[in-house]
Design a protein around this ligand. Structure first.
Ligand SMILES: CC(=O)N[C@@H](CC(=O)O)C(=O)N[C@@H](CCC(=O)O)C(=O)O
Length: 927
């Protein structure tokens, strides 16, 4: 819907407007346009595209296109003209110098070493595995030879003499008549024939030359040499030296400088700030040397606030507002605050509702039930609830309010959960200040992931779409986020209304005095949330890759989202920096001739903050290929909020990750990450549904991993470790509070680079199948615990017996044991062959890797209408988000859902199906 002029959100120019992003017509940027892409097509030289793009918005409003405006505006381009920037010093000359320097460095590390001729006795077509310092030596024991004909032609002046002397029959006619030497003379009858022979010989020579030339031409045209050099790519390099080089290349200063650029402006998904960053990321990919760079556009359902479309008011008896919430943060006047960043909920419902105010603690279903059980009528009321608590997913708070009959829902940040009662507040501390507002999506991620109007298919042009009221992924009552300084007034006005709150319900907002619930006699509150909605808003994913030499179709995917609720310092800036630094490190390796065995894909997602839309649409579009060919997905999002390393994901990464953690040290405590991991009794945690791994893990069955350094409190647990989704989450916070010196950024970039290196280049995919088998046993036991007290089939129902699942888990344990024996055999044969992979074994190894990587795809319920009942996008039978808390993992989610629903017939069918799928996956493993 195009906004009318009086609805137009008109921020301080030249910051891109939300309504420009959603309006149809020239103001919006409907597509990743050819004119913007053209510099790449013409051989891109880094310039100022991102910036000039934002100036495009300027031009459209009649402003000048100067690099800076009078407000000190500077567009969010990484291709800055700032002379102090590390990027500008990255000229081509500098690149050459740097390349020469690194080449020297690599020689010192023995990464590049000439062949040493230690070929071993194995076949020349064998493959040197692992630890070679040398280029494979191709021993050609034959030489190219041009065809040679040892016939000397008679010269013309001697032809007659030759003919005349023929009668002498002399064979030794040593010429006195000319320079030609004549050993013998041909009879005249032979002369003509001889001339013919000479012609034939010349022709034969020409033909032979042509043949050789043609063969050479064909060889070059056939790409044999290129692909051979590709195949040899990583084998030219000693793996350990590459590891050392990768670790040594990570540069915290670069990440710091780049984050400063990335956070200059707000970049909400689908707005021009986001578009400008997409251009910058694409250009950085090109500059870092990635291959096949492309921008992938989707058209998705998005909402944006109108500046005058939001209100939270207490309505007086005369129906006029007696108090109005400020809603947005106070302008801070620092370098960050060049643009307003309006507070709202992504995918919230438009509306203008009013009703009596009722306080409902954390807004769980149990909280609302408690109110109703105590006789408080919640129908038509406005709920006031706090963030976090046992059900921290904000969308589910609104959903629970909707189910309890409320007309609207306000969610505020309480200082007891995320404010001064926890510790120092932003900008100097990690908690939310009085005016800090947590924006965020209220889409129901555990019900529908991605564009809520296109569940299970990609939102491309021309694809069908549901209506918003038809989607199970959208709430149906309006909501807004609030700072506690606004909530304080509302809570104070509840005094004496309803009942004193239940135990544990009183929050930490100061000067509330007594906390009361409120009821139908409470002050009437108006919640206005009129917004711009567009069901075909363009968003932009950006991709680049390094093609694998041995199995180019198989890939290791690394992803990080780019869109932010405001400036995106931590979320997603920290993840973006680790991601882009890793791209740079790998681009640099590629430039030096290294190439991995498998393809590495780098993906910058859009619209993660709105229900992981960009990544999910990509997965929906490429589902079959991903199930077949994606070996692993690694995610970076809110990557650095403190110093505690955390990994969530599939257990297949356990062994590799733990070995890598031994290599990376924390300089603050002088211990390795592995020592800290062990001391903290940490383990790889489960994946829920709060970032871009969801579609990969739960829909494509790609083994996924999310990495981060977190602050004292994990996101989604009891409170924030940083001023999440607020205007306080900018560069300054990361620089001064989150990670001074970008030390943890550098450590994470090392961990990520090493992981990618090993996953993409180890001959045998380093998956820990035994860890998966053990985890399955544990999760089965946990499920038994969950079922305790819940299993009450009626007399007519079949008994609910978990032993079927235990048997399936045992089958996996047995299959993994047998499967892994092959790896031992492979190692022994390679060692016997002096480090060379004997002919034939390579094919088996690829088959082994494929089976290993397909294990999780085999755990998908791919039947028509398969997946978790009622939320069939989630196909993985072992992993998935908890239905009533998307921030919480739930193993065997389908079984849990149907048991909670008390449907014992379906519960039995589901249990059978899950056990059957797991057993089949086990059987598929065995070679
Ligand atoms: C729990 C949380 O805050 N998650 C972060 C991302 C992260 O920490 O990795 C987050 O912001 N997730 C988004 C996901 C969007 C959605 O659920 O629709 C969020 O708003 O929670």
């Amino acid at each position: 819907m195009a906004p009318s002029d009086d609805q137009r959100y008109d921020p301080v120019p030249p910051i891109p407007t939300y309504d420009e992003a959603v309006a149809t017509g020239s103001a919006s940027r409907p597509a990743f346009e050819a004119d913007v892409l053209s510099p790449m097509a013409e051989g891109y030289v880094p310039d100022h595209e991102g910036r000039s793009l934002l100036h495009g918005a300027h031009r459209r409003t009649g402003s000048s296109a100067n690099a800076r405006n009078t407000n000190g505006y500077r567009a969010p381009t990484v291709e800055t003209d700032d002379e102090d920037s590390t990027w500008t010093s990255d000229s081509d000359d500098d690149d050459d110098l740097e390349a020469a320097h690194v080449r020297r460095e690599m020689q010192e590390f023995d990464i590049i070493e000439p062949g040493d001729g230690r070929r071993g006795a194995s076949s020349i077509f064998g493959k040197r595995i692992g630890f070679s310092l040398s280029l494979p030596q191709w021993k050609w024991n034959w030489r190219w030879k041009m065809p040679r004909f040892r016939i000397r032609l008679p010269n013309s002046s001697s032809a007659g003499a030759t003919a005349g002397s023929s009668s002498t029959g002399g064979a030794e006619g040593e010429g006195t008549t000319g320079t030609a030497r004549r050993r013998w003379a041909l009879p005249p009858s032979f002369a003509a024939a001889f001339n013919k022979t000479a012609v034939i010989i010349v022709v034969a020579r020409v033909v032979a030359i042509c043949l050789v030339m043609g063969l050479l031409y064909l060889l070059f045209m056939s790409d044999l040499f290129t692909s051979m050099s590709r195949r040899l790519g990583s084998q030219m390099f000693d793996p350990e030296s590459v590891r050392l080089h990768v670790q040594g290349s990570v540069d915290p200063e670069r990440m710091r400088d780049m984050l400063q650029q990335f956070t200059l402006h707000t970049h909400v998904a689908g707005t021009e700030g986001d578009y400008a960053l997409a251009v910058d990321v694409r250009n950085l990919f090109a500059r870092f040397g990635l291959e096949d760079i492309r921008v992938d556009e989707y058209y998705v359902y998005m909402n944006y606030p109108r500046k005058d479309g939001r209100a939270v008011e207490i309505i007086g008896d005369d129906d006029k507002p007696v108090w109005q919430a400020r809603i947005d943060e106070d302008p801070r006047g620092n370098s960050q605050a060049t643009a307003p960043s309006l507070a709202f909920h992504g995918h919230s419902k438009s509306g203008d509702v009013r009703g009596p105010l009722i306080y409902a603690n954390y807004g769980t279903r149990e909280d609302f039930k408690k109110l109703q059980d105590s006789g408080i009528d919640t129908k038509g009321a406005i709920a006031l609830v706090r963030y976090y608590g046992p059900q921290s997913d904000r969308g589910l708070k609104v959903k629970a309010a909707e189910m309890a009959g409320f007309a609207g829902c306000l969610i505020y940040s309480d200082p007891a959960d995320d404010g001064y009662l926890k510790g120092d507040v932003a900008p100097n501390g990690r908690y939310m200040p009085a005016d800090g507002v947590q924006r965020g999506s209220v889409a129901l991620s555990s019900f529908v992931i991605g564009d809520p109007l296109t569940p299970n298919w990609e939102s491309e042009k021309g694809m069908p779409r549901m209506q918003p009221h038809e989607s199970k992924g959208l709430v149906q009552i309006p909501s807004l986020p609030l700072a506690w300084r606004d909530a304080q007034v509302l809570l104070q006005r509840l005094k004496g209304k309803g009942k004193p709150v239940f135990d544990g319900w009183a929050g930490g907002v100061p000067d509330v005095g007594e906390w009361w619930t409120g009821d139908q006699t409470s002050p009437v509150v108006r919640l206005q949330n009129e917004q711009d909605e567009n069901d075909k808003q363009p968003i932009w994913n950006v991709y680049g890759r390094i093609e694998g030499a041995e199995q180019g179709s198989k890939s290791i995917i690394v992803g990080s989202h780019r869109d932010a609720w405001a400036y995106g310092g931590v979320d997603p800036g920290t993840g973006n920096m680790v991601f882009l630094e890793t791209v740079r490190v790998f681009g640099d390796l590629l430039a030096k001739g290294w190439r991995p065995k498998r393809t590495i894909e780098f993906m910058s997602w859009d619209a993660e903050e709105y229900n992981m839309v960009g990544s999910t649409e990509y997965v929906e579009k490429n589902l079959e290929a991903l199930r077949q060919d994606a070996f692993a997905y690694i995610n970076l999002d809110t990557a650095v909020t403190g110093g505690v390393f955390r990994a969530s994901g599939s257990p297949v990464f356990q062994k590799l990750l733990l070995s890598i953690l031994k290599r990376v040290g924390d300089p603050h405590v002088n211990q390795t990450l592995r020592e800290l991991w062990d001391a903290g009794g940490r383990r790889i945690e489960g994946l829920a549904a709060d970032s871009d791994y969801v579609a990969f893990q739960d829909m494509a069955g790609t083994s996924s991993l999310d990495l981060r350094f977190e602050g004292p409190e994990p996101p989604g647990s009891g409170g924030g470790s940083y001023p999440a989704h607020s205007a306080y989450d900018g560069f300054d916070w990361v620089d001064r509070v989150g990670d001074p010196g970008f030390v943890y950024h550098a450590m994470l970039a090392q961990v990520l680079s090493l992981l990618v290196l090993e996953l993409a280049d180890r001959p045998v995919l380093p998956f820990d199948m035994a860890a998966y088998a053990n985890a399955l046993q544990k999760w089965t036991a946990d499920l038994a615990g969950f079922l305790d007290g819940k299993v009450h089939p009626g007399p007519a129902d079949p008994p609910f017996d978990l032993s079927r699942l235990s048997a399936a888990a045992n089958a996996v344990t047995d299959a993994v044991r047998e499967f892994q024996e092959w790896e031992g055999t492979w190692e022994a044969r390679v060692l016997q062959a002096n480090g060379w992979e004997p002919m034939g074994l390579g094919g088996q190894r690829l088959e082994y890797n494929d089976r290993m990587s397909r294990f999780e795809a085999d755990l998908l319920d791919v039947d028509v209408n398969g997946g978790i009942p009622n939320r069939t996008q989630f196909k993985h039978v072992v992993m998935g988000p908890d239905l009533w808390n998307a921030y919480q993992d739930a193993y065997f989610p389908a079984i849990r859902d149907v048991v909670e629903a008390g449907d014992w017939v379906l519960a039995n069918q589901t249990l059978d199906k899950v056990a059957r799928i797991i057993s089949k996956a086990a059987a598929n493993l065995v070679m």
